[in-house]
Design a protein around this ligand. Sequence first.
Ligand code: SRM
Ligand code: SF4
Length: 555
Amino acid sequence: MSDEAVSLVAEESIKRSSDFLRGELLEDLGTDAPNMSGPSEHLLKFHGIYAQDNRDVRRDRTLAKEPLEYIFMIRVAIPGGRLSSAQWLALDGISEELADGTIRLTTRQAVQFHGVLKFSLQTLSSRLHEHAMTSFAACGDVVRNTVMCSSLVSDDAHTHVTQLADHIATTFKPATQAHWEVFVNGERAATIGPDVEHEFYGDTYLPRKFKIAIAHPDENCVDVLAQDLGLIPSTHPELGLGYNVVIGGGLGRSYAQPDTFARLATALTFVTLEELDDVIRAVLTTYRDLGDRTNRRRARMKYVAADLGVDAFYAEIEQRYGQTLRPALPVELGDAHDHLGWRTLSDGRGEVGILVGAGRVRDTTPGLGLRSALRELATARNLAFLITPQQDIVVSGVEPADRAWVDDVLSRHSVPGAHELASVERSALACPALPTCGQALAEAERRLPSLVDGLQGALNERGLGKRRLQLRMTGCPNGCARPAVAEVGVVGRTKNSYDLYLGGGPRGDRLALLHQEKLKLEEIPPVLEPLLDRWRDEGRENEAFGDFYVRVLAP
Ligand code: SRM
Ligand code: SF4
């Protein structure tokens, strides 16, 4: 069910009267009904859970006057996307026993389970807890899962950054014990005193979600400018290692509300590691107090920046910080890396990035395919499993002697190596959309393969088969696969039509432009073909399609 379904005033008062996110959740979970009450559905999000229904059968069931097929999505927050072998095996088991048999990797390095029944929610949460994982705060009006370039996570060459996503997650996670009471212990704790919450959340938390990402200094796989707050590791000439802080990004839009828009973050300041938490807190409290709580569609921090003006917005943050913010260093972003294929880490071990189509880890036939391959690797060795912001997975910490064995496991399960991948599929992203997402206007994940084939075919016919073309597809303009910064962004408009955006780029530093509205999916490759011809004939050497589009073709 979408955020729209509950009116704003209700949402704010649901939070306030929820006794720090407990509400009637325990009572609702205890009934025989397959679904939850409206207020509980809103509170569930703070616990990382979305109430959904299977949209493939929604119409038939409604016509037959039968109840909907109620299912739940659970999102597991994984700071920086890093999991151990034991954790991966736990997720694999959960997907089989309590969900739909798939593990969905997200564009924010989290894991989603789909098709979970209400009666399994507490068991699933306890299983996560046993393996030091949680869905708490993966959704809701709080700081969300912190994203970090997987190369920073895995390589000791970046020691000052490696633990940062965990640090941010711990520092800005809500303090309430509600999740453990309701979902893990299954009963209200006989606490000695009342529960308390961080002062930066209070009892109504944030106006909406707040997203943080940590970019690699040399490349922008996290789309750092699409975040509410982005950190770019940098070296200050006098202060040494620290972070350039960018704020006020966000990509979601709504057709129903024309004053919503995508916005790229702008540079705020350079901070040292010691200053970082206080600066984040100053930004958060500014947003907490100035964000729009009367309209959830415009409740994101980007609108505070846009409506107030950047100077006044920054002055407000500075006042809360209590000191003058020093200027940021110049922000220079490199092309996003796809992290696919083998690379050697600074300690001599290796890691291999594996493509996961639209983030969906599944087998092709029982016992054969990507899910089984990853399970075999996790069962045999203590490895790190790193989810990338491009919905792929990196298996890291492989001893040199094990490389051939890893390649053999993947090949036995028909998982293609990076050298076998065609250019479009390497970077293509799609959101889940139908049948689970309540906000989807059109298909995305399920139709991505045909669009990838269409565009790859168009490239191949022009002798451009090896050139990179970044494709991102979503079922609505909320933009969960970040099409607003892609070279080719395909955004669901109606059940059978899509808007085509062109001209973002691999650096993630430019918004794509609306090229054509309401195209059928099969019309998209033919619309692109003449543009690809011109790219081939008139483009500069190694010029990305997005750069060429903006330089030459854009209206
Ligand atoms: Fe998203 C809502 C899936 C990343 C912007 N997003 C949703 C919901 C929960 C639908 C809903 O509200 O009912 C989707 C769940 C569908 C399902 O069945 O699983 C959903 N979003 C996803 C994921 C799984 C897409 C993916 O293919 O991986 C990503 C999960 C991220 C995570 O692990 O936390 C996901 N969503 C994003 C991103 C990209 C990012 O953060 O890097 C964006 C654009 C950036 C931004 O926030 O501006 C994004 N999602 C939205 C919005 C628009 C918010 C707004 O500003 O208005 C919504 C709508 C909402 O919140 O009501 C939304
Ligand atoms: Fe759902 Fe996709 Fe829209 Fe996100 S972009 S809300 S997953 S249809």
